[in-house]
Design a protein around this ligand. Structure first.
Ligand code: FAD
Length: 474
Protein backbone atom coordinates (compact mmCIF):
# COMPACT_ATOMS: atom_id res chain seq x y z
CA UNK A 1 0.00 0.00 0.00
CA UNK A 2 1.38 3.40 -1.01
CA UNK A 3 1.34 6.32 1.41
CA UNK A 4 0.94 9.92 0.31
CA UNK A 5 0.40 13.28 1.97
CA UNK A 6 -2.39 14.05 -0.48
CA UNK A 7 -4.42 12.04 -2.96
CA UNK A 8 -6.28 14.03 -5.61
CA UNK A 9 -9.14 12.23 -7.36
CA UNK A 10 -9.56 13.61 -10.88
CA UNK A 11 -7.00 15.32 -13.12
CA UNK A 12 -9.12 17.98 -14.80
CA UNK A 13 -8.05 21.62 -14.39
CA UNK A 14 -9.13 21.64 -10.73
CA UNK A 15 -7.40 18.38 -9.80
CA UNK A 16 -4.17 18.64 -11.77
CA UNK A 17 -3.55 22.20 -10.59
CA UNK A 18 -4.25 21.16 -6.98
CA UNK A 19 -1.78 18.29 -7.37
CA UNK A 20 0.94 20.57 -8.79
CA UNK A 21 0.49 23.21 -6.08
CA UNK A 22 0.59 20.52 -3.34
CA UNK A 23 3.83 19.17 -4.84
CA UNK A 24 5.31 22.67 -5.06
CA UNK A 25 4.60 23.01 -1.33
CA UNK A 26 6.63 19.90 -0.59
CA UNK A 27 3.91 17.28 -0.28
CA UNK A 28 4.05 13.73 -1.61
CA UNK A 29 1.14 13.62 -4.06
CA UNK A 30 -0.80 11.06 -6.06
CA UNK A 31 -3.49 11.90 -8.59
CA UNK A 32 -6.09 9.33 -9.62
CA UNK A 33 -7.44 9.64 -13.16
CA UNK A 34 -9.47 7.20 -15.22
CA UNK A 35 -9.96 9.16 -18.49
CA UNK A 36 -9.36 7.28 -21.72
CA UNK A 37 -9.21 8.88 -25.17
CA UNK A 38 -11.29 7.63 -28.11
CA UNK A 39 -8.29 5.42 -28.95
CA UNK A 40 -8.38 3.94 -25.44
CA UNK A 41 -5.24 5.70 -24.20
CA UNK A 42 -5.20 7.02 -20.62
CA UNK A 43 -5.15 10.82 -20.55
CA UNK A 44 -4.89 13.63 -18.03
CA UNK A 45 -6.67 16.99 -18.32
CA UNK A 46 -10.32 16.01 -17.75
CA UNK A 47 -13.25 17.50 -19.61
CA UNK A 48 -11.52 20.84 -20.16
CA UNK A 49 -8.54 19.58 -22.12
CA UNK A 50 -10.05 16.51 -23.77
CA UNK A 51 -13.62 17.44 -24.74
CA UNK A 52 -14.27 20.95 -23.43
CA UNK A 53 -12.50 24.31 -23.36
CA UNK A 54 -9.46 23.47 -25.46
CA UNK A 55 -10.94 21.49 -28.39
CA UNK A 56 -13.97 23.80 -28.63
CA UNK A 57 -11.73 26.87 -28.83
CA UNK A 58 -9.57 25.18 -31.48
CA UNK A 59 -12.63 24.53 -33.66
CA UNK A 60 -14.08 27.97 -32.96
CA UNK A 61 -10.83 29.49 -34.22
CA UNK A 62 -10.64 27.28 -37.34
CA UNK A 63 -14.26 27.90 -38.28
CA UNK A 64 -13.83 31.62 -37.62
CA UNK A 65 -10.79 31.71 -39.91
CA UNK A 66 -12.87 30.06 -42.62
CA UNK A 67 -15.75 32.50 -42.22
CA UNK A 68 -13.33 35.40 -42.22
CA UNK A 69 -11.65 34.16 -45.39
CA UNK A 70 -14.95 33.67 -47.17
CA UNK A 71 -16.92 36.66 -45.88
CA UNK A 72 -14.74 38.97 -43.82
CA UNK A 73 -11.96 40.00 -46.19
CA UNK A 74 -13.86 41.72 -49.01
CA UNK A 75 -14.14 44.93 -46.97
CA UNK A 76 -10.36 45.01 -46.67
CA UNK A 77 -10.08 44.89 -50.45
CA UNK A 78 -8.95 41.27 -50.43
CA UNK A 79 -10.79 38.76 -52.54
CA UNK A 80 -10.48 35.08 -51.88
CA UNK A 81 -11.85 32.42 -54.13
CA UNK A 82 -11.98 28.68 -53.77
CA UNK A 83 -11.71 28.60 -49.95
CA UNK A 84 -12.61 25.09 -48.86
CA UNK A 85 -12.88 23.23 -45.60
CA UNK A 86 -10.82 20.08 -45.09
CA UNK A 87 -12.75 18.89 -42.04
CA UNK A 88 -10.53 15.88 -41.33
CA UNK A 89 -7.52 18.23 -41.19
CA UNK A 90 -9.39 20.71 -39.02
CA UNK A 91 -10.41 17.98 -36.55
CA UNK A 92 -6.86 16.58 -36.72
CA UNK A 93 -5.44 19.99 -35.78
CA UNK A 94 -7.84 20.15 -32.84
CA UNK A 95 -6.84 16.64 -31.73
CA UNK A 96 -3.15 17.52 -31.97
CA UNK A 97 -3.67 20.56 -29.74
CA UNK A 98 -5.53 18.40 -27.20
CA UNK A 99 -2.79 15.78 -27.26
CA UNK A 100 -0.05 18.40 -26.83
CA UNK A 101 -1.86 19.86 -23.83
CA UNK A 102 -2.67 16.54 -22.11
CA UNK A 103 0.87 15.22 -22.67
CA UNK A 104 2.09 18.51 -21.22
CA UNK A 105 0.37 17.65 -17.95
CA UNK A 106 2.12 14.28 -17.91
CA UNK A 107 5.41 16.19 -18.16
CA UNK A 108 4.35 18.52 -15.35
CA UNK A 109 3.44 15.50 -13.20
CA UNK A 110 6.88 13.97 -13.80
CA UNK A 111 8.61 17.29 -13.08
CA UNK A 112 6.71 17.65 -9.80
CA UNK A 113 7.05 13.95 -8.89
CA UNK A 114 3.29 13.45 -8.80
CA UNK A 115 2.29 9.81 -9.10
CA UNK A 116 -0.53 9.19 -11.59
CA UNK A 117 -2.67 6.32 -10.31
CA UNK A 118 -4.47 5.17 -13.47
CA UNK A 119 -8.04 3.98 -13.00
CA UNK A 120 -11.19 4.69 -11.07
CA UNK A 121 -10.70 5.98 -7.52
CA UNK A 122 -13.14 5.41 -4.68
CA UNK A 123 -13.15 5.84 -0.93
CA UNK A 124 -12.92 2.51 0.88
CA UNK A 125 -13.91 2.32 4.56
CA UNK A 126 -13.59 5.45 6.74
CA UNK A 127 -10.39 5.78 8.84
CA UNK A 128 -10.41 3.70 12.05
CA UNK A 129 -9.20 6.48 14.34
CA UNK A 130 -8.83 10.26 14.14
CA UNK A 131 -5.14 10.04 13.26
CA UNK A 132 -5.59 7.34 10.64
CA UNK A 133 -5.38 8.20 6.94
CA UNK A 134 -8.07 7.92 4.28
CA UNK A 135 -7.84 4.91 1.99
CA UNK A 136 -8.53 5.27 -1.70
CA UNK A 137 -9.01 2.18 -3.81
CA UNK A 138 -7.78 2.25 -7.41
CA UNK A 139 -8.11 -0.89 -9.50
CA UNK A 140 -8.03 -3.27 -6.53
CA UNK A 141 -5.00 -1.53 -4.92
CA UNK A 142 -5.25 0.83 -1.97
CA UNK A 143 -3.40 4.08 -1.41
CA UNK A 144 -3.47 6.07 1.83
CA UNK A 145 -3.28 9.78 2.58
CA UNK A 146 -4.27 12.10 5.40
CA UNK A 147 -5.73 14.56 2.88
CA UNK A 148 -7.95 13.84 -0.09
CA UNK A 149 -9.00 16.38 -2.71
CA UNK A 150 -12.03 15.30 -4.73
CA UNK A 151 -11.99 16.90 -8.18
CA UNK A 152 -14.20 14.50 -10.11
CA UNK A 153 -15.79 17.19 -12.27
CA UNK A 154 -19.03 16.97 -14.17
CA UNK A 155 -20.68 15.17 -17.05
CA UNK A 156 -23.21 16.31 -19.64
CA UNK A 157 -26.85 16.38 -18.62
CA UNK A 158 -28.92 14.33 -21.06
CA UNK A 159 -32.61 14.55 -21.95
CA UNK A 160 -34.55 11.88 -20.06
CA UNK A 161 -35.27 8.90 -22.30
CA UNK A 162 -33.08 10.15 -25.17
CA UNK A 163 -30.03 7.96 -25.76
CA UNK A 164 -26.86 9.80 -26.72
CA UNK A 165 -24.81 7.78 -29.22
CA UNK A 166 -22.39 10.62 -29.99
CA UNK A 167 -22.97 9.96 -33.66
CA UNK A 168 -26.43 11.26 -34.54
CA UNK A 169 -27.48 12.41 -31.07
CA UNK A 170 -24.48 13.96 -29.41
CA UNK A 171 -23.31 15.77 -26.33
CA UNK A 172 -20.12 17.85 -26.39
CA UNK A 173 -18.00 14.76 -27.03
CA UNK A 174 -19.57 13.87 -30.40
CA UNK A 175 -20.19 17.49 -31.41
CA UNK A 176 -16.45 18.18 -31.37
CA UNK A 177 -15.64 15.38 -33.79
CA UNK A 178 -18.23 15.23 -36.61
CA UNK A 179 -16.83 13.47 -39.66
CA UNK A 180 -18.75 15.78 -41.98
CA UNK A 181 -20.55 19.08 -41.66
CA UNK A 182 -24.24 18.30 -41.09
CA UNK A 183 -26.61 20.07 -43.46
CA UNK A 184 -29.18 20.58 -40.71
CA UNK A 185 -27.98 20.68 -37.12
CA UNK A 186 -30.37 20.78 -34.18
CA UNK A 187 -29.08 22.03 -30.83
CA UNK A 188 -31.08 21.59 -27.65
CA UNK A 189 -30.05 24.35 -25.25
CA UNK A 190 -28.91 27.86 -26.20
CA UNK A 191 -26.52 28.31 -23.28
CA UNK A 192 -22.78 28.87 -23.47
CA UNK A 193 -21.79 25.45 -24.81
CA UNK A 194 -24.73 25.23 -27.23
CA UNK A 195 -23.94 28.65 -28.67
CA UNK A 196 -20.25 27.86 -29.08
CA UNK A 197 -20.82 24.47 -30.72
CA UNK A 198 -23.72 25.80 -32.83
CA UNK A 199 -21.49 28.65 -34.03
CA UNK A 200 -18.71 26.28 -35.11
CA UNK A 201 -20.97 24.21 -37.35
CA UNK A 202 -22.96 27.18 -38.68
CA UNK A 203 -19.73 28.82 -39.86
CA UNK A 204 -18.75 25.61 -41.61
CA UNK A 205 -22.06 25.53 -43.47
CA UNK A 206 -24.73 23.87 -41.31
CA UNK A 207 -28.20 25.32 -40.94
CA UNK A 208 -28.45 25.51 -37.17
CA UNK A 209 -31.70 25.50 -35.20
CA UNK A 210 -31.46 25.90 -31.44
CA UNK A 211 -34.31 25.03 -29.10
CA UNK A 212 -34.08 26.60 -25.66
CA UNK A 213 -36.51 25.70 -22.86
CA UNK A 214 -36.10 29.00 -20.99
CA UNK A 215 -38.01 32.10 -22.11
CA UNK A 216 -35.01 34.42 -21.68
CA UNK A 217 -31.87 34.39 -23.82
CA UNK A 218 -28.57 34.19 -21.87
CA UNK A 219 -30.27 34.86 -18.54
CA UNK A 220 -26.96 34.99 -16.64
CA UNK A 221 -25.59 37.82 -18.79
CA UNK A 222 -26.43 41.49 -18.41
CA UNK A 223 -29.70 42.17 -20.23
CA UNK A 224 -28.18 44.81 -22.51
CA UNK A 225 -25.47 42.37 -23.59
CA UNK A 226 -27.95 39.52 -24.07
CA UNK A 227 -30.12 41.80 -26.24
CA UNK A 228 -27.18 42.84 -28.41
CA UNK A 229 -26.00 39.21 -28.71
CA UNK A 230 -29.50 38.08 -29.69
CA UNK A 231 -29.59 40.64 -32.49
CA UNK A 232 -26.18 39.61 -33.82
CA UNK A 233 -26.70 35.84 -33.58
CA UNK A 234 -30.22 35.70 -34.97
CA UNK A 235 -30.21 38.56 -37.50
CA UNK A 236 -26.61 38.74 -38.74
CA UNK A 237 -25.55 35.13 -38.28
CA UNK A 238 -28.85 33.41 -39.04
CA UNK A 239 -28.77 31.17 -35.97
CA UNK A 240 -32.40 30.13 -35.60
CA UNK A 241 -32.83 30.31 -31.81
CA UNK A 242 -36.30 29.47 -30.51
CA UNK A 243 -36.90 30.32 -26.86
CA UNK A 244 -39.46 28.72 -24.53
CA UNK A 245 -39.46 25.61 -26.71
CA UNK A 246 -41.08 22.66 -25.00
CA UNK A 247 -39.80 19.40 -26.51
CA UNK A 248 -42.20 16.48 -26.26
CA UNK A 249 -40.57 13.86 -28.47
CA UNK A 250 -37.17 13.06 -29.93
CA UNK A 251 -37.23 10.31 -32.56
CA UNK A 252 -33.99 9.07 -34.01
CA UNK A 253 -34.40 7.65 -37.52
CA UNK A 254 -32.25 6.17 -40.25
CA UNK A 255 -31.05 9.49 -41.61
CA UNK A 256 -31.21 11.76 -38.64
CA UNK A 257 -33.53 12.75 -35.88
CA UNK A 258 -36.93 14.43 -35.60
CA UNK A 259 -38.06 16.58 -32.68
CA UNK A 260 -41.60 17.52 -31.80
CA UNK A 261 -42.05 20.60 -29.68
CA UNK A 262 -44.39 23.38 -28.73
CA UNK A 263 -43.32 26.92 -29.52
CA UNK A 264 -45.30 30.17 -29.37
CA UNK A 265 -48.52 28.21 -28.93
CA UNK A 266 -47.99 26.02 -32.00
CA UNK A 267 -46.97 22.39 -32.27
CA UNK A 268 -43.80 22.20 -34.40
CA UNK A 269 -41.46 19.62 -35.84
CA UNK A 270 -37.74 19.91 -36.47
CA UNK A 271 -35.89 17.45 -38.66
CA UNK A 272 -32.14 17.45 -38.53
CA UNK A 273 -29.22 15.31 -39.58
CA UNK A 274 -27.55 15.53 -36.19
CA UNK A 275 -28.62 16.76 -32.81
CA UNK A 276 -26.47 18.24 -30.05
CA UNK A 277 -27.83 18.12 -26.53
CA UNK A 278 -26.31 20.91 -24.44
CA UNK A 279 -28.66 21.44 -21.53
CA UNK A 280 -26.05 21.81 -18.83
CA UNK A 281 -23.79 19.56 -16.82
CA UNK A 282 -24.24 17.52 -13.65
CA UNK A 283 -21.65 16.94 -10.90
CA UNK A 284 -19.90 13.61 -11.12
CA UNK A 285 -19.77 11.54 -7.92
CA UNK A 286 -20.54 8.21 -9.52
CA UNK A 287 -18.81 5.26 -7.87
CA UNK A 288 -16.85 7.52 -5.53
CA UNK A 289 -17.89 5.61 -2.40
CA UNK A 290 -19.24 8.84 -0.90
CA UNK A 291 -21.98 7.03 0.99
CA UNK A 292 -19.59 4.49 2.47
CA UNK A 293 -17.63 7.24 4.21
CA UNK A 294 -20.50 9.69 4.84
CA UNK A 295 -19.36 12.38 2.41
CA UNK A 296 -22.32 14.78 2.23
CA UNK A 297 -23.86 15.47 -1.17
CA UNK A 298 -26.58 18.10 -1.62
CA UNK A 299 -29.96 17.68 -3.31
CA UNK A 300 -28.53 18.72 -6.72
CA UNK A 301 -25.71 16.18 -6.50
CA UNK A 302 -22.86 18.56 -5.58
CA UNK A 303 -20.45 17.65 -2.78
CA UNK A 304 -21.23 19.98 0.11
CA UNK A 305 -18.34 22.33 0.94
CA UNK A 306 -17.73 25.57 2.82
CA UNK A 307 -16.12 28.67 1.29
CA UNK A 308 -12.71 27.00 1.64
CA UNK A 309 -13.85 23.83 -0.14
CA UNK A 310 -13.78 21.78 3.08
CA UNK A 311 -16.23 18.88 2.86
CA UNK A 312 -18.20 17.32 5.71
CA UNK A 313 -15.25 14.97 6.39
CA UNK A 314 -12.00 15.95 8.15
CA UNK A 315 -9.08 16.24 5.72
CA UNK A 316 -11.33 15.81 2.66
CA UNK A 317 -11.75 18.76 0.28
CA UNK A 318 -13.73 19.03 -2.96
CA UNK A 319 -13.12 21.49 -5.80
CA UNK A 320 -14.13 22.36 -9.36
CA UNK A 321 -17.34 21.37 -11.13
CA UNK A 322 -18.25 18.82 -8.44
CA UNK A 323 -18.96 21.65 -5.96
CA UNK A 324 -21.17 24.77 -5.96
CA UNK A 325 -20.30 27.82 -8.04
CA UNK A 326 -19.82 28.38 -11.76
CA UNK A 327 -18.71 25.39 -13.80
CA UNK A 328 -15.62 27.11 -15.17
CA UNK A 329 -12.12 25.71 -15.47
CA UNK A 330 -10.40 28.75 -13.94
CA UNK A 331 -12.73 28.68 -10.92
CA UNK A 332 -11.69 25.06 -10.27
CA UNK A 333 -8.01 25.86 -10.78
CA UNK A 334 -8.06 28.64 -8.19
CA UNK A 335 -9.89 26.36 -5.75
CA UNK A 336 -7.13 23.80 -6.33
CA UNK A 337 -4.45 26.34 -5.42
CA UNK A 338 -6.42 27.50 -2.38
CA UNK A 339 -6.93 23.99 -1.01
CA UNK A 340 -3.27 23.02 -1.51
CA UNK A 341 -2.18 26.12 0.39
CA UNK A 342 -4.69 25.49 3.19
CA UNK A 343 -3.39 21.93 3.58
CA UNK A 344 0.13 23.38 3.80
CA UNK A 345 -1.07 25.57 6.67
CA UNK A 346 -1.15 28.81 4.68
CA UNK A 347 -3.97 31.33 4.54
CA UNK A 348 -5.63 31.26 1.15
CA UNK A 349 -8.96 32.10 -0.42
CA UNK A 350 -10.83 32.45 -3.71
CA UNK A 351 -12.67 35.68 -4.46
CA UNK A 352 -15.87 34.30 -5.94
CA UNK A 353 -17.03 37.86 -6.73
CA UNK A 354 -14.27 38.36 -9.28
CA UNK A 355 -14.53 35.31 -11.52
CA UNK A 356 -14.69 36.19 -15.21
CA UNK A 357 -17.21 34.50 -17.51
CA UNK A 358 -16.57 34.22 -21.23
CA UNK A 359 -18.63 32.98 -24.16
CA UNK A 360 -16.35 32.41 -27.13
CA UNK A 361 -18.82 33.24 -29.87
CA UNK A 362 -18.05 35.92 -32.45
CA UNK A 363 -18.24 38.52 -31.05
CA UNK A 364 -17.20 37.18 -27.68
CA UNK A 365 -19.15 37.98 -24.54
CA UNK A 366 -17.40 38.42 -21.21
CA UNK A 367 -18.29 39.75 -17.83
CA UNK A 368 -17.23 39.92 -14.22
CA UNK A 369 -19.29 40.87 -11.20
CA UNK A 370 -22.95 41.65 -11.14
CA UNK A 371 -25.36 42.53 -13.96
CA UNK A 372 -27.65 45.55 -13.92
CA UNK A 373 -30.69 43.33 -13.31
CA UNK A 374 -28.94 41.72 -10.31
CA UNK A 375 -28.12 45.11 -8.80
CA UNK A 376 -31.73 46.19 -9.27
CA UNK A 377 -33.01 42.99 -7.65
CA UNK A 378 -30.64 43.50 -4.71
CA UNK A 379 -31.60 47.22 -4.43
CA UNK A 380 -27.97 48.28 -4.71
CA UNK A 381 -27.68 51.93 -5.78
CA UNK A 382 -25.48 52.11 -8.89
CA UNK A 383 -24.42 54.20 -11.86
CA UNK A 384 -23.86 52.82 -15.31
CA UNK A 385 -21.53 53.83 -18.13
CA UNK A 386 -21.56 52.36 -21.63
CA UNK A 387 -19.38 52.99 -24.67
CA UNK A 388 -19.60 51.38 -28.12
CA UNK A 389 -16.78 49.93 -30.21
CA UNK A 390 -18.38 51.55 -33.27
CA UNK A 391 -16.36 54.75 -32.78
CA UNK A 392 -13.10 53.17 -31.65
CA UNK A 393 -10.29 53.57 -34.19
CA UNK A 394 -8.74 50.17 -33.56
CA UNK A 395 -12.10 48.39 -33.89
CA UNK A 396 -12.69 50.23 -37.17
CA UNK A 397 -9.27 49.07 -38.36
CA UNK A 398 -10.15 45.51 -37.40
CA UNK A 399 -13.37 45.84 -39.36
CA UNK A 400 -15.33 44.64 -36.35
CA UNK A 401 -17.13 47.40 -34.50
CA UNK A 402 -19.88 45.39 -32.88
CA UNK A 403 -20.69 45.61 -29.20
CA UNK A 404 -19.81 47.78 -26.23
CA UNK A 405 -18.36 47.90 -22.74
CA UNK A 406 -20.78 48.54 -19.90
CA UNK A 407 -19.46 49.39 -16.46
CA UNK A 408 -21.53 49.44 -13.26
CA UNK A 409 -20.29 51.11 -10.09
CA UNK A 410 -21.75 51.83 -6.67
CA UNK A 411 -23.59 55.14 -6.65
CA UNK A 412 -21.94 56.36 -3.44
CA UNK A 413 -18.54 54.66 -3.21
CA UNK A 414 -17.93 54.37 -6.98
CA UNK A 415 -16.55 50.83 -6.42
CA UNK A 416 -16.85 48.81 -9.63
CA UNK A 417 -19.59 46.19 -9.21
CA UNK A 418 -19.71 44.68 -12.67
CA UNK A 419 -18.21 45.02 -16.15
CA UNK A 420 -19.82 43.57 -19.27
CA UNK A 421 -18.18 43.37 -22.68
CA UNK A 422 -19.44 42.21 -26.04
CA UNK A 423 -16.71 42.39 -28.68
CA UNK A 424 -14.42 40.14 -30.71
CA UNK A 425 -11.71 40.39 -28.03
CA UNK A 426 -13.92 40.45 -24.94
CA UNK A 427 -12.09 37.47 -23.37
CA UNK A 428 -8.88 39.50 -23.24
CA UNK A 429 -10.44 42.88 -22.44
CA UNK A 430 -12.24 41.54 -19.37
CA UNK A 431 -8.91 40.88 -17.61
CA UNK A 432 -8.52 44.59 -16.85
CA UNK A 433 -11.91 44.62 -15.15
CA UNK A 434 -11.07 41.49 -13.13
CA UNK A 435 -7.87 43.09 -11.84
CA UNK A 436 -9.77 46.29 -11.05
CA UNK A 437 -12.45 44.42 -9.10
CA UNK A 438 -9.90 42.26 -7.27
CA UNK A 439 -8.26 45.49 -6.06
CA UNK A 440 -11.70 46.97 -5.34
CA UNK A 441 -11.05 49.80 -7.75
CA UNK A 442 -13.45 52.66 -8.35
CA UNK A 443 -14.61 53.51 -11.85
CA UNK A 444 -12.56 56.70 -11.47
CA UNK A 445 -9.41 54.57 -11.16
CA UNK A 446 -10.03 53.14 -14.63
CA UNK A 447 -10.96 56.60 -15.89
CA UNK A 448 -7.59 57.94 -14.72
CA UNK A 449 -5.42 55.07 -16.02
CA UNK A 450 -3.60 55.70 -19.33
CA UNK A 451 -4.84 53.29 -22.01
CA UNK A 452 -2.81 52.76 -25.20
CA UNK A 453 -4.01 54.44 -28.38
CA UNK A 454 -5.29 53.08 -30.63
CA UNK A 455 -6.50 50.03 -28.73
CA UNK A 456 -9.76 48.32 -27.90
CA UNK A 457 -8.99 48.93 -24.23
CA UNK A 458 -9.81 52.60 -24.82
CA UNK A 459 -13.46 51.53 -24.86
CA UNK A 460 -13.05 50.28 -21.26
CA UNK A 461 -11.56 53.67 -20.42
CA UNK A 462 -14.40 55.51 -22.13
CA UNK A 463 -17.06 53.35 -20.40
CA UNK A 464 -15.55 54.39 -17.04
CA UNK A 465 -15.63 58.03 -18.16
CA UNK A 466 -19.20 57.60 -19.43
CA UNK A 467 -20.21 56.43 -15.97
CA UNK A 468 -19.37 59.95 -14.80
CA UNK A 469 -21.00 61.45 -17.91
CA UNK A 470 -17.64 62.60 -19.28
CA UNK A 471 -16.85 60.25 -22.15
CA UNK A 472 -14.41 62.13 -24.37
CA UNK A 473 -15.09 60.68 -27.79
CA UNK A 474 -18.87 60.68 -27.79
C1 FAD B 1 -17.70 22.00 -24.73
C2 FAD B 1 -17.24 22.64 -23.46
C3 FAD B 1 -16.57 23.85 -23.51
C4 FAD B 1 -16.13 24.45 -22.33
N1 FAD B 1 -15.47 25.64 -22.43
C5 FAD B 1 -15.03 26.24 -21.31
C6 FAD B 1 -14.29 27.45 -21.40
O1 FAD B 1 -14.04 27.98 -22.47
N2 FAD B 1 -13.84 28.00 -20.24
C7 FAD B 1 -14.10 27.44 -19.01
O2 FAD B 1 -13.69 27.99 -18.00
N3 FAD B 1 -14.80 26.29 -18.91
C8 FAD B 1 -15.26 25.68 -20.02
N4 FAD B 1 -15.94 24.50 -19.92
C9 FAD B 1 -16.17 23.93 -18.58
C10 FAD B 1 -14.90 23.24 -18.08
O3 FAD B 1 -14.55 22.23 -18.99
C11 FAD B 1 -15.13 22.67 -16.69
O4 FAD B 1 -15.57 23.70 -15.83
C12 FAD B 1 -13.85 22.07 -16.14
O5 FAD B 1 -13.38 21.03 -16.96
C13 FAD B 1 -14.08 21.54 -14.72
O6 FAD B 1 -12.87 21.05 -14.23
P1 FAD B 1 -12.82 19.89 -13.13
O7 FAD B 1 -11.38 19.64 -12.92
O8 FAD B 1 -13.66 20.26 -11.99
O9 FAD B 1 -13.53 18.64 -13.80
P2 FAD B 1 -13.27 17.84 -15.15
O10 FAD B 1 -12.54 18.64 -16.13
O11 FAD B 1 -14.59 17.29 -15.52
O12 FAD B 1 -12.30 16.67 -14.71
C14 FAD B 1 -12.68 15.69 -13.81
C15 FAD B 1 -11.81 14.48 -14.03
O13 FAD B 1 -12.05 13.56 -12.99
C16 FAD B 1 -12.00 12.23 -13.52
N5 FAD B 1 -12.75 11.38 -12.60
C17 FAD B 1 -14.05 11.51 -12.22
N6 FAD B 1 -14.35 10.57 -11.28
C18 FAD B 1 -13.24 9.84 -11.09
C19 FAD B 1 -12.92 8.75 -10.25
N7 FAD B 1 -13.80 8.29 -9.36
N8 FAD B 1 -11.68 8.21 -10.35
C20 FAD B 1 -10.76 8.72 -11.22
N9 FAD B 1 -11.00 9.76 -12.01
C21 FAD B 1 -12.22 10.33 -11.95
C22 FAD B 1 -12.63 12.39 -14.88
O14 FAD B 1 -12.21 11.32 -15.72
C23 FAD B 1 -12.09 13.74 -15.32
O15 FAD B 1 -10.91 13.61 -16.04
C24 FAD B 1 -16.37 23.84 -21.08
C25 FAD B 1 -17.03 22.61 -21.02
C26 FAD B 1 -17.45 22.02 -22.19
C27 FAD B 1 -18.13 20.69 -22.11
Amino acid sequence: MADFDVIVIGAGPAGYIAAIRCAQLGMKVACVEEWKTARGEPALGGTCLNVGCIPSKALLESSEQYEHATKGLADHGISVSGAKVDLAKMIGRKDAIVSKMTKGIETLFRKNKIEWLKGHGRFSAPPGGTNDPWHIEVGGEKAAARHVIVATGSKPRHLPGVAVDNDVICDNVGALSFSQVPERLGVVGAGVIGLELGSVWRRLGAKVTMLEALPAFLGAADEAVAKEAWKIFTRDQALDIQLAADISKVSPGKNGVALEYKHEGAQKRLECDRLVISIGRVPNTEGLGAEAVGLKIDARGFIEVDEHCRSSLPGVFAIGDVVRGPMLAHKGEEEGVMVAELIAGQKSHVNYDAIPWVIYTHPEIAWVGRSEQQLKAESVPYRSGQFPFAINGRALGHGDTRGFVKMLAHQKTDEILGVHVINTHASELIAEAVVAMEFRAASEDIARIVHAHPSLSEVMHEAALALDKRALNM
